[in-house]
Design a protein around this ligand. Structure first.
Ligand SMILES: Cc1cc2nc3c(=O)[nH]c(=O)nc-3n(C[C@H](O)[C@H](O)[C@H](O)COP(=O)(O)OP(=O)(O)OC[C@H]3O[C@@H](n4cnc5c(N)ncnc54)[C@H](O)[C@@H]3O)c2cc1C
Length: 491
């Protein structure tokens, strides 16, 4: 049976490999020149940049994925646990390291507020319970109706999920210090939300980064992409790069052909990994869409971003592998990203600096650093070269002043990637970097469906679908889709 996968992001690669392993005849069509999607690679003058993901979290989910092929992550790359996990600069006043050793983090919380360690232990106990529950009862399940969602175990746990409370409220009632609150809330950025618009049950993310730890695959996230690309090829998947899908041709609610800028493909079924909104609005006629323009326009989109890739001819030792620069008034910053009425290029943004060369000699020439700056922005903002450059200067002024060092005189490679690039390179709706936020009404059952409601042989995998944003979630979404397809079409 012929399966065509549109897009070779993690969602496309993983779905292709899983179905090919089970005997489907799989072809992948990708508009860009390389696999990986948002996890593409940019290389210049021996500086190597993972263009998107840099945090390897939830190692158990990766293990589970490779186990489907009788493999382990170590068969493909060497994983290193980072220590410190990350460094946080609180305004220009204070700097703390979050350690890979949980005992050190208890000590840290004791130094931040009275009974901090005890409070953190209690918080992480609940966070771990929820993580384990979600992993075993929620993340790998497809939700097609409210009945699937309200299964017995979930109902029993319902009172503990506390779905009506937001994360900000939950954290604020448990912790007093600004620093402790921010350490527990920032992780929600991984899910493309703000503490005020994300349900409190996502405090499970603190188990992920504080207890399980932060990992780095030697050679970068591109090694993970590479492993899945090779895995898919080893099962016979055929890849077509630099080819854009332009139309999904439907006859009587069945997908028959896929039209690209280079030709046409007959297919028995398709998995769309390209941005869901783009696929529905640009590749399907109105009568074949599950969700219309109004639906997409009313969604809470996850942030876009301005990402700056810098190769510098010296090393900046004050920076560790992952560094967060959190603004004192970060609530105002969240408003400029999530409140459509206040959407703007922020004046005092919080931002993230990744330095893979701190851990990985292959990331930069000897004695140099590879810097990756990420500043979240509201999706849909105007994006011009002038706006980018003045924003870049503002961020560099801030970064240089916090490090007490000049960076700009040391730049050998510089590339800025922002809203318009997300639109052009990935067909991202409103230039979103991360897809669809995890608000309550956009979680689980309420995320866009894995199978089209109009076209029976059309499926979707990737960060727009359940379970959602992030590489591990995207792998799970493919595992769900592959199971669904095998169930419906193998017989
Ligand atoms: C800057 C950034 C930092 C991130 N950091 C992290 C992190 O640290 N850790 C983490 O786990 N996650 C992180 N994420 C999120 C993670 O990268 C994504 O959730 C995940 O990679 C999404 O994968 P996907 O396959 O769903 O989508 P994509 O990677 O976007 O793949 C979709 C593919 O479809 C292709 N396509 C689109 N339209 C067409 C068309 N018409 N025809 C053919 N092909 C098409 C695109 O080119 C793309 O290759 C980050 C994301 C970004 C952008």
């Amino acid at each position: 049976m012929k399966v065509t996968v549109v897009g070779s992001g993690f969602g496309g690669l993983s779905a292709a490999a899983l179905l090919a392993k089970d005997g489907f005849d799989v072809t992948v069509i990708e508009k860009n020149e390389q696999p990986g999607g948002r996890a593409s690679v940019y290389a210049d003058k021996d500086f190597y940049f993972d263009m998107g993901p840099s945090w390897y979290l939830m190692p158990d989910v990766y293990e589970n994925f490779y186990a489907e092929f009788g493999k382990k992550p170590e068969d493909f790359f060497q994983l290193e646990k980072l220590d410190p996990s990350y460094r946080i600069f609180f305004g220009d006043k204070k700097l703390v390291d979050v350690a890979s050793d949980i005992e050190k983090n208890y000590e840290l919380f004791d130094s931040l507020e009275e009974n901090g360690a005890e409070k953190l232990k209690e918080y992480l106990k609940s966070s771990e319970e929820l993580y384990e529950f979600s992993l075993h009862e929620m993340l790998y399940k497809d939700y097609r109706s409210i009945l699937d969602f309200l299964n017995g175990k979930l109902l029993l746990r319902g009172y503990k999920l506390n779905i009506w409370e937001n994360l900000q409220h939950y954290v604020n009632k448990k912790f007093e210090s600004d620093e402790a609150r921010k350490i527990l809330e920032y992780a929600i950025g991984f899910l493309g939300g703000s503490p005020a618009n994300t349900p409190s049950f996502y405090h499970l993310m603190s188990h992920v980064d504080l207890t399980m730890g932060v990992f780095y695959p030697q050679g970068g996230m591109r090694k993970v992409v590479d492993s899945m690309y090779k895995l898919a090829q080893s099962y016979g998947v055929e890849f077509h790069f630099n080819e854009s899908v332009e139309l999904l041709e439907i006859h009587e609610h069945k997908l028959k052909r896929i039209i690209t800028n280079k030709g046409a493909y007959d297919t028995d079924l398709a998995i769309i990994n390209a941005d869901y909104a783009h696929s529905e609005l640009d590749l399907l006629t109105k009568d074949n869409r599950t969700y219309d323009e109004k639906y997409w326009d009313s969604r809470v989109m996850a942030p876009s971003a301005m990402v700056v890739y810098l190769g510098v001819d010296r090393q900046f030792e004050k920076l560790v592998h992952h560094n967060l620069f959190l603004d004192e008034d970060w609530e105002h910053g969240f408003d400029t990203i999530f409140d459509p009425k206040k959407a703007a290029w922020p004046e005092n943004p919080s931002y993230y600096v990744n330095v893979p060369s701190r851990t990985d000699k292959s990331a930069a020439p000897s004695g140099s650093d590879t810097l990756f700056l990420l500043i979240p922005l509201a999706p849909g903002l105007e994006d011009t070269p002038q706006l980018r450059e003045s924003f870049y200067d503002m961020i560099m002024d801030d970064l240089e002043s916090k490090l007490g060092e000049n960076i700009r005189d040391h730049i050998v490679v510089k590339r800025i990637f922002a809203l318009n690039d997300f639109k052009e390179r990935y067909n991202a709706y409103k230039g979103t970097a991360l897809g669809l936020s995890h608000t309550l009404r956009q979680s689980a059952l309420w995320r866009p469906a894995h199978q089209s409601k109009k076209v029976k042989n059309l499926f979707y995998s990737g960060h727009y679908t359940h379970p959602g944003i992030g590489v591990p979630m995207t792998l799970i979404s493919s595992q769900i889709v592959a199971e669904e397809i095998k169930d419906q079409f193998s017989k």
